[in-house]
Design a protein around this ligand. Structure first.
Ligand code: HEM
Length: 499
C-alpha cells in the first residue's frame, strides 16, 4: 500500500505541477512524469510533428519530462516566430547534453555575449575567405578535380558516393579552417569523419532526448550517450593538434586560414572588457563549422545525385543548359549562376525536397512572447519545423513532387520564393548559407558537366514521387548491392556523349 501511495502521490503531484499554463498553446495529453516524450518519432520526427499540427494547430505544445516545448509549423507560424519575434527567440535552450559537450562555447549552442562575438567573427571570416580576396572558389573547383578522379577510378561501376562526397565537402571546411586538405582515404581523417557520424547518430537518437529530459538519472544509466563525451573529446584533440601546428609557424602578417585569423583576434582583444576570444572558444568554433558544414552540404549533394538519377529528363535539361552557357571544357564560376536559371532552380528544389535539416536547431524564448495568439513564457524550448514549410501546401504548387518549376517564372527565369527556408530564418539563420550555396552550385554544375547519374542495373528506380519514398529508396538500393557498392552509377561524360 506504501508503493500505491507513492505512485498516486507522484501522478497527482505531476498532474498539478505540469498542467499547461493559462494561454499556453494546446497539445496532446501525455503520460505522468515523462509527458509526451514517447511521441517523438526517431526516424522522421518532422512528419509526426506535422501530423500533430493537423489536430492541434500550427502552434502547439508538448512536454518532455519537466520541459515544455512549443512546435511551430507552416510558413506563417515560423515567420512570426523566427522573423517578426526574432528578438525573443534568439537563444538556444540549456540542454544538459549539449552544455556538457560545448561548455556553452562556440556558435551553435552558445548564447549572449559569447554567441554574438563568435558569430560576428565567424561571419566576417567566412566572408573574407568565401567571397573576398581569398575566395574559396578555386579551392572548390580543385577539390572537384580530386573527387572526379576518385569516381573515375570506379570506371562507371556502381559506387556508394557517401564517404567520397563527405570527404570532398569536409575538405572545403579543412581548407577554410586548417589551410589544407586531406587525401581521400587518409586514415586519420577517415577516423575523424567516422567519429562525427557516430556522434551525430547518438545525438539525434532518443538517448539524447532522454538525457536532456532526465540528466541526473541518465548520467548514471548505461547507453550510447555515455560514449558521446569521449567521441567529442577525440574530435577536439584532432583540432588541438592542428592548432598547435599553427601556433608553431604563425606569422601575424599572414592570414592563411580561419585559425590564423582567430589567433590574430585573440591578440587584438586581449585587453578588451567582455572578451570571449580564447583557445577554448576557437576549438569549439572550428568544431561547430565541421558539425554544421559537412554532413549538411554533403547530404544535399547526394540528394542532387539521387534526383538526377530518378529524373533523367531533368538531368538532360540541366546538362544542355550547362553545355550552352559554359561548354564542356570551360570551368564553372559563380558568375555563371545568373545565366543558368534552370540549373539554379534544380539546386533550390533539391534543397527543398531534400529537407536537409528538418527541424532546424532548437530555439528558446528569452522573454514572454505572443505567438499564434498564445502566450509563451520565458525559457520554453521552440522547435521550428522547417519541413512543414518546405512541404507547405499553401506555398508550393506540388509540394511532394520534385519540380524545378517551383523556382521558375513563366519566362523560365529564376524566381525567389519566400517560403524557401532550408537555412531557417531570423537571427540564428545558418551562418554558412552563402558558402553552402557556393559549394552546391560549383560542385553540382561541375558534376553535371562531367558525369551522368543513373540507378545501377537491376535496382528498381520506379520510386513514387515523395520524399519519404526516396528515403526508403536509399535503403532499398543498399540492400540490393554488395556492401561496398551502392546507390548510383557514375558514367563519365564521354560515355554520356557516346550514348
Ligand atoms: C545553423 C542549415 C551548411 C554553419 C543552421 C540551421 C540550419 C542550417 C537549418 C539552424 C538555424 C536555426 O537555428 O534556426 C544548413 C544547410 C546547409 C548548411 C541546409 C547546407 C546545405 C552550413 C555550412 C556551414 C554552416 C557550410 C559553415 C561552414 C552553421 C552554423 C549554424 C548553422 C555555425 C549555427 C548558427 C547559430 O546558431 O547562430 N544551418 N546549413 N551551415 N549553420 Fe548551417
Amino acid at each position: 500500500s506504501l508503493l500505491l501511495f507513492v505512485v498516486v502521490f507522484i501522478i497527482t503531484a505531476d498532474y498539478i505541477k505540469n498542467r499547461r499554463p493559462v494561454g499556453f498553446p494546446p497539445g496532446p495529453g501525455g503520460l505522468p512524469v515523462v509527458g509526451n516524450i514517447f511521441t517523438w518519432d526517431q526516424s522522421r520526427p518532422h512528419e509526426k510533428l506535422m501530423e500533430l499540427a493537423r489536430t492541434h494547430g500550427d502552434v502547439y505544445s508538448l512536454r518532455f519530462g519537466q520541459k515544455w516545448i512549443v512546435v511551430l509549423n507552416g510558413f506563417e507560424a515560423l515567420k512570426e516566430g523566427l522573423v517578426t519575434k526574432r528578438d525573443s527567440m534568439v537563444d538556444r535552450p540549456q540542454l544538459a547534453l549539449q552544455d556538457e559537450i560545448t561548455g556553452g562555447l562556440g556558435v551553435i549552442f552558445s548564447n549572449g555575449n559569447i554567441w554574438k562575438q563568435q558569430r560576428r567573427f565567424a561571419l566576417s571570416t567566412l566572408k573574407y575567405f568565401g567571397f573576398g580576396k581569398k575566395s574559396l572558389e578555386p579551392v572548390i573547383l580543385d577539390e572537384f578535380r580530386h573527387c572526379a578522379q576518385e569516381f573515375r577510378g570506379y570506371k562507371g561501376k556502381p559506387v556508394n558516393p557517401h564517404l567520397i562526397i563527405n570527404n570532398t565537402v569536409s575538405n572545403i571546411i579543412c581548407c577554410l579552417v586548417f589551410g589544407h586538405r586531406f587525401e581521400y582515404g587518409d586514415e586519420r581523417f577517415m577516423k575523424l569523419m567516422l567519429l562525427f557520424a557516430k556522434a551525430l547518430e547518438i545525438e539525434s537518437s532518443i538517448w539524447s532526448q532522454l538525457y536532456n529530459s532526465f540528466p541526473l538519472l541518465m548520467r548514471l544509466l548505461p547507453g550510447p550517450h555515455q560514449a558521446l563525451k569521449q567521441i567529442w573529446n577525440d574530435v577536439k584533440n584532432f583540432i588541438k593538434e592542428e592548432l598547435n601546428q599553427h601556433k608553431k609557424n604563425w606569422d601575424p602578417a599572414e592570414r592563411r586560414d580561419y585559425i590564423d585569423c582567430y589567433l590574430q583576434e585573440i591578440q587584438t582583444n586581449k585587453e578588451q572588457e567582455y572578451n570571449t576570444f580564447d583557445e577554448e572558444n576557437l576549438i569549439m568554433c572550428v568544431l561547430d563549422l565541421f558539425v554544421a558544414g559537412s554532413e549538411t552540404t554533403s547530404n544535399a549533394l547526394r540528394w542532387a545525385f539521387l534526383y538526377m538519377a530518378k529524373y533523367p529528363e531533368i538531368q538532360e535539361k540541366v546538362q544542355a543548359e550547362i553545355d550552352r552557357v559554359i561548354g564542356q571544357s570551360g570551368q564553372p564560376s559563380m558568375e555563371d549562376r545568373a545565366n543558368l536559371p534552370y540549373t539554379d532552380a534544380v539546386i533550390h528544389e533539391v534543397l527543398r525536397m531534400g529537407n536537409i535539416v528538418p527541424l532546424a536547431l532548437p530555439h528558446s524564448t528569452n522573454k514572454e512572447v505572443q505567438l499564434g495568439g498564445y502566450t509563451i513564457p520565458t525559457g520554453v524550448l521552440i522547435i521550428p519545423n522547417l519541413a512543414s514549410v518546405l512541404f507547405d501546401k499553401k506555398e508550393w504548387g506540388t509540394p511532394l513532387t520534385f519540380n524545378p518549376g517551383h523556382f521558375l517564372n513563366e519566362e523560365g527565369k529564376f524566381a525567389k520564393k519566400e517560403a524557401f527556408l532550408p537555412f531557417s530564418a531570423g537571427k540564428r539563420l545558418c551562418l554558412g548559407e552563402n558558402l553552402a550555396r557556393m559549394e552546391l552550385f560549383l560542385f553540382f554544375t561541375s558534376f553535371m558537366q562531367h558525369f551522368t547519374f543513373s540507378m545501377p542495373a537491376g535496382v528498381k528506380a520506379g520510386l513514387e514521387k515523395t520524399e519519404q519514398i526516396f528515403c526508403e529508396a536509399w535503403e532499398e538500393v543498399n540492400q540490393q548491392l554488395p556492401p561496398c557498392q551502392s546507390q548510383l552509377q557514375l558514367s563519365p561524360w564521354l560515355e554520356r556523349l557516346q550514348s
